[in-house]
Design a protein. Structure first.
Length: 50
C-alpha cells in the first residue's frame, strides 16, 4: 500500500504506514473530543526500555 518516500498514507478504510519493525501487533491509543469524534491516534511500535 505504501509506494512512496512518504512511508505512509490514507486508504478508504484507514491509514497505512511503514514502521521498520516488521509484521506484528502494536498497541493503539485513540483520543476523542467531547463529541466522541476521533481527534488523535497513537501507535506504540516499540517500548522505551530498549
Amino acid at each position: 500500500m505504501v509506494a512512496s518516500d512518504a512511508q505512509g498514507g490514507v486508504v478508504p478504510s484507514g491509514a497505512v504506514s511503514m514502521s521498520g519493525y516488521g509484521d506484528g501487533m502494536y498497541e493503539v491509543k485513540v483520543k476523542y473530543n467531547l463529541s466522541k469524534e476521533v481527534v488523535g491516534v497513537k501507535i506504540e511500535f516499540g517500548d522505551d526500555d530498549g
